[in-house]
Each structure stands twice: as structure tokens, then as C-alpha cells.
Write a protein that binds this ligand. Structure first.
Ligand code: NAD
Ligand code: TYD
Length: 352
């Protein structure tokens, strides 16, 4: 079959990548989607079980840092686009092992950019779409929001590595004319998220009546977006956004961590038929994260005004779907938290 486009999604076996691939396969029957993923602890082909036999979907196991493997991707599939999500993505792990983040997020992005430059030059029918985070902008006080023009001020090894990759992507556009787009999104939540991140970790611990570790006083604020709405925003920007531009993505859902954890306790208790809020007794304030950013908030006005994107669900609806999914798929949660996860948990929380 002649495909209209061949898109390589890097990191497609991860949380956001798997949702994006499912959306692209559903909407674009004439696209070929190649999932290029190393299957680290965060990559799980079980996340794509429902689409793995789709004739226009292919999985290739490979490392974005390996130039030879990336070259082979071009020879075999001749992609016209990359949507680049592969990364080390967890701030706490970046504090333990910064070099892993520098290797994957900076070097890996540079290897991909170099291959795209070699094969595409400045051909405007091609596209390198880089998926990034709002954490590159640093930490907000009580007021204000991040926009596309906010100055970069990354403060964790994770956000510094993502900021560096964003700069490299722009540098390849300005220096070589490589067609690129970048988006910076706020915190995502939804199904299939590895339970090292706040929401699935708390749901898993509530299920098992384990302590709920809230860092510091729990007053840090995050701005949450349902992962399916992020995938939809990426699809919108990929197709309608302007080459060379950046888009900030967020759902205007700011909440303090402690308020979110209490909300999760109430919802999970209700859904499990426990006395509502009884799990709040499990909340345990633990030593704060080093350099913990206080507040993130995204102003998505450019994306809404220029490209007509808006989120499809409220935070309440998204959270309810999310909890329903984890409770209905408790096997998934128990499977991904067996093995190495126990060591990870001991390292991060054992002496906190
Ligand atoms: P994730 O950790 O769930 O998945 C990352 C994926 O990348 C995994 O499948 C992993 O196997 C793969 N990977 C890691 N190293 C690789 C390598 N060297 N070569 C090939 N594949 C490799 O991450 P996520 O939460 O889905 O985030 C995806 C992207 O979106 C990241 O770039 C992240 O910075 C960005 N982002 C995440 C959020 C969020 O809230 N999760 C918000 C904004 C932006
Ligand atoms: P996280 O999901 O790790 O995302 P990020 O650090 O990228 O924002 O954490 C979200 C917030 O929750 C952050 O302020 C740290 C806090 N947090 C806890 O209080 N306890 C936890 O066990 C975790 C994982 C996070």
C-alpha cells in the first residue's frame, strides 16, 4: 500500500506515546506509524496491545542515541516525519542519575536531528516535531503563567536536559533550515502512566493501604492535562501548526499536591466502596524533593486562538476515567510494580 505519510513516533511504548499512536491509527488509516522505542523500564508494549496487529503499525526496538540504528530506520522506512517523545521523563530519577538524562534527552535528540538533517535538508514537506515540557520555564510564584515567550530557566537535571534538547531543535531549524515544531506541555495524567508519577503512585498505594508520600508540605502546584487531550493537541499542531514555531499546551487545571491527593483518596474510596476519605489517614508528609519547583501553570491561548484546540474533558471527568481505568486494570498496575519497581521504591522512599 502507498502510505500518505510515514511517521516515526519515538518513545511510542511510553505513557503519552502510546496514547498518541492509538489516536493517529484511529484517525489516519492511510498513514504508516513506526514506533521506535528502546523499551526501558518506562516502555511497555502491553500499552499498545489493542493496535499491535494493525497493518499500518510497526514496532522497531531501538535506541535514539545509536546513530547506526537511526540510519537504518531511514533506509528501511523512509520516514517523512518524526514525532519525538522518547526521553527519560521523571524528575526524581534525574536527581539520582543526571547523566542518564543528558545521554538520552540531549544526545538522543541530537542524533535524531542529525539524521533528519542528512536525509531531509530543508525540505518543507518533512517535519521534526519535538514534544517537550513546561518545566523548561522553571518555577512560578503565586501569579503568572508560562507562555511560548517565557524565558527558559530550567532547575532540575530533567528540565535542564529537556531545555537543552529544545534549544538543539531550534538550532537545527535556524542553522540548517530543518522543518521543526515544538510543544511544551504541562503535567499529564491518564491511563498507562508508570506509577513513579504522582497520580498512579497514589492510586496504587491507596489500593494497597500503603502510606501516601507527599513531598514537603504538599503546597506545590501542578497544572494537569488529560493525556488524551495532549495527544489531540499534538495531532492538531502536527497538522495545522506553523513550521519553526512553539506551542504551549495546558488545560488550566491548577491544584496543590495535597488537595489532589485528598481528592484521589475520596474518589478511590468511593469507587472501592470504602468509607469516603478514610484513605486520607495514609497521607504521610516526607522529606521534600531537592530543588522542588513550586508552581507550574500554562497559558494555552495561542493554541486555542490560532489552532482552535481545547481540552475535551474537565479535570473531574478526566480524573474519574483515570481512576476507573487503574481499578479495572489492577493487573497492569501490579505487573509494572513487580520486579525492579520495589528497588526503585526503596531507593526513593525508604529513608525519606
Ligand atoms: P515515559 O517515561 O512514559 O516514556 C518514555 C518512553 O521513551 C518509553 O517508552 C521508553 O522506553 C522510551 N525511551 C527512553 N529512552 C529511550 C531511548 N534511548 N531510545 C528510544 N526510546 C527510549 O514518558 P512520557 O511521560 O510518555 O513522556 C513522553 C515525552 O513527553 C517526554 O519527552 C517528556 O519529556 C514529554 N512530556 C511529558 C509530560 C508528562 O507529564 N508525562 C509532560 C510534558 C512533556
Ligand atoms: P510528578 O508526577 O513526579 O511530576 P513532576 O515532578 O514532573 O511535576 O510529581 C508531581 C508533583 O507531586 C510534584 O510537585 C512532586 C509531587 N510528588 C509527591 O508529593 N509525592 C510523590 O511520591 C511524587 C512522585 C510526586
Amino acid at each position: 500500500m502507498e502510505y500518505q505519510r510515514t511517521i516515526v513516533v519515538t518513545g511510542g511504548a511510553g505513557f503519552i506515546g502510546s496514547h498518541l499512536i492509538r489516536l493517529l491509527l484511529k484517525k489516519y488509516a492511510d498513514y504508516r506509524i513506526v514506533n521506535y522505542d528502546l523499551l526501558t523500564y518506562a516502555g511497555n508494549l502491553g500499552n499498545l496491545k489493542d493496535v499491535e496487529n494493525n497493518s499500518n503499525y510497526t514496532f522497531v526496538k531501538g535506541d535514539i542515541c545509536n546513530a547506526e540504528e537511526v540510519e537504518k530506520l531511514f533506509t528501511v522506512y523512509r520516514p517523512d516525519s518524526f514525532i519525538h517523545l522518547a526521553a527519560e521523563s521523571h524528575v526524581d530519577r534525574s536527581i539520582e542519575d543526571p547523566l542518564a538524562f543528558i545521554e538520552t534527552n540531549i544526545k538522543g535528540t541530537a542524533v535524531l536531528l542529525n539524521a533528519c538533517r542528512k536525509h531531509w535538508g530543508n525540505d518543507e514537506s518533512k517535519l521534526f516535531y519535538h514534544v517537550s515540557t513546561d518545566e523548561v520555564f522553571g518555577s512560578l510564584g503565586d501569579d503568572g503563567m508560562f507562555t511560548e515567550t517565557t524565558a527558559y530557566d530550567p532547575r532540575s537535571p530533567y528540565s535542564a536536559s529537556k531545555a537543552s534538547s529544545d534549544h538543539l531543535v531550534r538550532a537545527y531549524h535556524h542553522t540548517y533550515g530543518l522543518p521543526i515544531k515544538i510543544s511544551n506541555c504541562s503535567n499529564n495524567y491518564g491511563s498507562h502512566q508508570f506509577p513513579e508519577k504522582l497520580i498512579p503512585l497514589m492510586i496504587q498505594n491507596i489500593r494497597h493501604n500503603k502510606p501516601l508520600p507527599v513531598y514537603g508540605k504538599g503546597i506545590n502546584v501542578r497544572d494537569w492535562l488529560w493525556v488524551n487531550d495532549h495527544a489531540d493537541a499534538i495531532d492538531t499542531i502536527f497538522h495545522k501548526g506553523k513550521v519553526g514555531e512553539t506551542y504551549a499546551i495546558g488545560g488550566k487545571n491548577e491544584i496543590r499536591n495535597i488537595d489532589l491527593v485528598r481528592k484521589l483518596c475520596q474518589l478511590v474510596d468511593q469507587k472501592l466502596g470504602r468509607e469516603t476519605g478514610s484513605s486520607e489517614e495514609l497521607i504521610t508528609f516526607v522529606t521534600d524533593r531537592a530543588g522542588h519547583d513550586m508552581r507550574y501553570a500554562i497559558d494555552p491561548q495561542k493554541l486555542e486562538d490560532e489552532l482552535g484546540w481545547t481540552p475535551s474533558v474537565t479535570f473531574e471527568e478526566g480524573l474519574s476515567h483515570t481512576i476507573d481505568w487503574y481499578l479495572a486494570n489492577s493487573d497492569w498496575l501490579d505487573e509494572v510494580t513487580s520486579g525492579n519497581y520495589q528497588e526503585y521504591y526503596e531507593l526513593m522512599y525508604g529513608s525519606r
